[in-house]
Design a protein around this ligand. Structure first.
Ligand SMILES: NC(=O)c1ccc[n+]([C@@H]2O[C@H](COP(=O)([O-])OP(=O)(O)OC[C@H]3O[C@@H](n4cnc5c(N)ncnc54)[C@H](O)[C@@H]3O)[C@@H](O)[C@H]2O)c1
Length: 354
């Protein structure tokens, strides 16, 4: 049997329980020695729900001091990505850190430099790069199926989805931003991935914080991450709506995103507009192709394996071989740079050249 890689998981919240622990349960080459959370009950619950996890701890330094631990998963809120990742790298551990890299580009670069200096793998949770539809579209783009792919448009808009209002999600100093950094990061990163080696030229962006200016007056049906909300005494200083335009040396990109809007429709898709062919990708789902010659709509048949398992298999392979893969920090910095530039453009209310 092949060697098992020993890991520790830091942060046992929604993404750990909803995506990573289930993926680990299907992977035969992992030993999960620690589940760590500041909230002891969450670490203990992880061990109870996933009996393959050996120990519950509340101080991640215990895992970092353990020589058996080769790699750690940083699944904490955005504000802790930098500190926990840097501590782990300095302790000689390989790191998988959830998206976004951290709250801004400058700190993201420091994380990349630390990993590079120490010869360690640092991967970021840009899971859509492993989504089967995205992989296929990237291949089709390379093969020239779209002809001249001149524009990509994406919409990540929801009727009511502001997460944890007043808590860390809506506090810029802790999250880095709102719907752009939280949802937009996935859409824009996967577009940059499909375009491949794209050079960013200019960006322009506007952000709005309108729907819960008065947090107590915000009406919603359900609230995602409600356990982190602090409507009475918290902060909401991030974008709940964003719109922007990006010029590159390849296709131009435009987008609209809303955590909340007074349009009762959710729109989560990406349109790839080529002169020979177009494609609409339903986010996390499949795509349809529209052929310019035949005017046919083509719905390819294929399976979509769990992207979280695919990204973890790739990470563990990287840890064991030392070979960097598609979600290595070095390849993800460009989308972190793009997010920073978009927020800077919104702050200055002006176009920015990169
Ligand atoms: N890739 C994706 O599709 C995806 C989806 C959702 C969330 N995320 C990202 O995952 C991260 C976590 O999001 P979440 O929704 O799971 O948050 P969450 O609040 O549900 O869970 C985070 C957990 O980390 C713990 N924590 C915080 N600081 C810690 C520390 N120093 N040591 C140990 N534990 C600590 C918290 O107590 C909490 O239980 C965020 O960065 C988010 O952007 C990614």
């Amino acid at each position: 049997m092949s060697k098992k890689t020993t890991i520790a998981v830091i942060g046992c919240g929604r993404i750990a329980n909803g995506a990573h622990f289930p993926a680990f349960s299907r992977m035969k080459n992992l030993r999960v020695k620690y589940a760590c959370d500041l909230i002891e009950e969450k670490a203990k619950r992880a061990c109870a729900d996933y009996p393959f996890i050996e120990q519950a701890i509340t101080d991640y330094h215990i895992a970092l001091a353990d020589e058996e631990v080769e790699a750690v998963y940083v699944l904490t809120p955005n504000y802790a990505h930098y500190t926990v990742t840097m501590d782990a790298l300095r302790a000689g551990k390989h790191v998988f850190c959830e998206k976004p890299v951290t709250v801004n580009y400058a700190l993201s670069c420091e994380m990349a430099e630390e990993a590079q200096k120490r010869g360690l793998i640092l991967n970021i949770g840009v899971c859509n790069r492993y989504q089967a539809s995205v992989v296929k579209l990237a291949e089709m783009y390379k093969e020239g199926v779209f002809g001249n792919l001149y524009h990509v448009y994406c919409s990540f808009r929801s009727f009511r989805s502001i997460p944890g209002l007043g808590g860390d999600f809506t506090t810029k100093s802790q999250s880095g931003g709102g719907v752009l950094i939280d949802w937009g990061v996935h859409f824009l990163d996967l577009i940059l991935y499909i375009l491949g080696g794209v050079k960013l030229k200019t960006v322009t962006c506007d952000t709005y914080c309108e729907m819960a200016k008065d947090m107590k007056a915000y009406r919603y049906e359900t609230m995602w991450a409600e356990d982190t909300a602090n409507i009475e005494n918290g902060t909401n200083d991030v974008d709940d709506f964003v719109t922007g335009y990006i010029r590159t040396d390849k296709a131009s990109i435009s987008f609209n995103g809303a955590w909340a809007q007074n349009i009762k429709q959710n729109e989560m898709f990406i349109d790839f507009l080529g002169d020979k062919c177009g494609a609409r990708l339903t986010y996390c789902g499949k795509f349809e192709l529209y052929d310019a010659k035949t005017l046919e709509t083509i719905k390819p048949e294929y399976d979509i394996p769990d992207m979280y398992q695919c990204e973890s298999e790739a990470f563990i392979e990287s840890v064991n071989t030392g070979v960097k893969n598609r979600s290595n920090i070095a390849d993800v910095l460009e989308s972190a740079k793009l997010l920073d530039a978009l927020y800077a453009s919104a702050d200055r209310r002006a176009e920015i050249a990169l």
